[in-house]
Every structure is written in C-alpha cells, then in structure tokens.
Design a protein around this ligand. Structure first.
Ligand SMILES: Nc1ncnc2c1ncn2[C@@H]1O[C@H](COP(=O)(O)OP(=O)(O)OP(=O)(O)O)[C@@H](O)[C@H]1O
Ligand SMILES: [Mg+2]
Length: 265
C-alpha cells in the first residue's frame, strides 16, 4: 500500500460480508491500475464507488466478476472472496460464478434479439427450457426493473427499438433474471435522461431488499441518494470507505472532502 493516508471502516457485522477483496492489484502491462485494495461489502446494501476519472473504479469493479479476464494485458493478483470462496483462483467456473455476480455496463448493450429473448437467452444457456418458467421470469424481472408496463404488449419486438433508458432497464432485467446475489453496475445511468435515471435509482433501491449492489457513479447526488456505503478511489487506491452520510458530510481525509465538494474531479 502506498504511504497515502487512508480511512477504511471494516464491516460492522462480518457475518454479513458477502464479498471482499484483499490486497487486490490489477496491472495493464506495466501500468498498475489498482494498487492493493482491501474492501468488504455487506449483504443487502448499495455501495457506491466514486473518484476522479482514471482512478481505477471500472477496473476494480470489472475484477470482481473476472471481466478483466477478457482483457489480454490485464493481470489481477490478490483475493476476491465471494461467500468466503476465492473467485480469483484459476480453477473457478467463471460462467457459474457470473450467475451469482452479475454486471450491467455503462452503455446499454442489449442483444440484437427480442425483448423476451434478451432475458430468456442466458436462462436457456443455464438449462432452463420450460416455457412457463421462462415467461414467469421474464415478467418478474421486467417488473423489478420497472419496464414491464411499457413493454408487456410487445415482448417480441427488437430490444434495439427501445429508448436508451429502456434498454438500460432491460439490461438490468437481464442481469437480475439470473437471480445473482450481487449486482455490479458501472455508471448505469450516465447515458440516461433525468426521468430514466430516477427510475433506475428507484429500481436499485427496491432491488437492495434482495441483492447487494455495487455501483460506480460520477454523480455525487446519486451516490448520496441511493447508497449506504461509499468508497473513494484515488490513483488506484481507496483513500476512504465509510457510511455514505459520513463521506459526504464529515469525511476524514482532505482529498475526499475536496472531491465530494467538487474541488477537483
Ligand atoms: N482495457 C485497458 N487496457 C489498458 N489500460 C486500461 C484499460 N482499462 C483501463 N486502463 C487504464 O487503467 C487506469 C484506470 O482506468 P479505469 O477505466 O479503471 O478508471 P475509471 O476510474 O473507471 O475512470 P472513468 O471515471 O473515466 O471511467 C487508467 O490508467 C486506464 O488508462
Ligand atoms: Mg470507468
């Protein structure tokens, strides 16, 4: 760890920690983008990752369900414990693991398929073929993602014909259809208008009853509105991790205060 001052509050109740990283490092070639991050994430909470552009938020988030595996020059060391199991070990079944740790990206990326098939596709790949079960899951996930009322009469229309905000909610529906324990979201509202953003935020607040949500956001209001805990990333390290309220009202570290009050970013 660098000689930077840090302030990281451990989870109140370790039994409720669903995911943690210990001394996580990520390199792209010689560039060390994450420099030994150790954090614990509790169940049924929303956690925001904030920090200036290029500080490593997306890199860190992607490492949590091994999306960095797809980047040839990326190398990840350290532990990523999901319910105590190190998912960063080579023998982990990544396909199965991603069923438990789902992801939604910054730009909506629906498949070029119908609304229905966007959701049913992964379920079928996981062996669910029963039409009644598929219908039911498509309906509940679209309801949970606050999209059902708008699309229920045109489930067989192409997903690409939806608006950006609707596409993003479809991607959230697609992720939650797998019933993951953890949902990772990388700036999911950055391409959305204020109304769609509010709908996505409302969806996330409802989902946290059943899921743990880790969200990267550049929107300070959004972080303070929706998240229970916030981690402030800076130059590949986490400088401060605490209850969101404290990060925004009484940060312990000057850099955090400067960032959340908009003095740099
Ligand atoms: N696919 C990649 N290949 C090489 N370097 C990368 C790659 N992705 C990110 N990096 C580098 O890693 C560092 C952290 O980038 P990252 O995208 O994680 O930052 P970020 O905090 O998400 O930024 P932003 O807020 O702009 O999205 C940067 O130096 C970036 O150039
Ligand atoms: Mg990013």
């Amino acid at each position: 760890m660098a000689s930077q001052e840090t302030y990281i509050v451990p989870a109140k109740n370790h039994e409720q920690v669903i995911l943690e990283t210990n001394d996580l490092h990520v390199w792209y070639g010689d560039n060390e983008a994450i420099k030994g991050v150790s954090l614990e994430f509790e169940e049924n909470k929303i956690i925001s990752l904030i920090g200036p552009s290029g500080c490593g938020k997306s890199t860190y988030l992607r490492s949590l369900n091994r999306m960095n595996d797809e980047i040839q020059i990326a190398r990840v060391t350290g532990e990523i414990l999901y319910k105590g199991v190190d998912v960063n070990k080579p023998d982990i079944d990544v396909f199965e693991m991603r069923k438990n740790i789902g992801m939604v990206f910054q730009r909506p990326n629906p498949f070029s398929k119908s609304i229905y098939d966007n959701i049913a596709f992964a379920l079928r790949r996981h062996g669910i073929k029963n039409k009644a079960v598929l219908d039911e899951t498509v309906e509940t996930s679209l309801k949970q993602a606050a999209l059902w009322d708008q699309v229920k009469d045109e489930l067989h229309k192409s997903a690409l014909a939806l608006s950006g905000g609707q596409q993003q909610r479809l991607c959230i529906a697609r992720a939650i259809a797998m019933k993951p324990d953890i949902l990772l979201l990388d700036e999911p509202a950055s391409a959305l208008d204020p109304i769609s953003t509010a709908q996505v935020e409302e969806t996330l607040m409802e989902l946290k009853e059943n899921y743990s949500i880790i969200i990267v956001t550049h929107n300070m209001q959004q972080a303070s509105r929706i998240s229970d805990h916030t981690a402030f990333f800076y130059a590949g390290n986490v400088l401060e991790y605490n209850e969101t309220r404290k990060i925004f009202t009484r940060p312990k570290i000057q850099k955090t205060e400067d960032y959340v009050s908009g003095n740099f970013g």
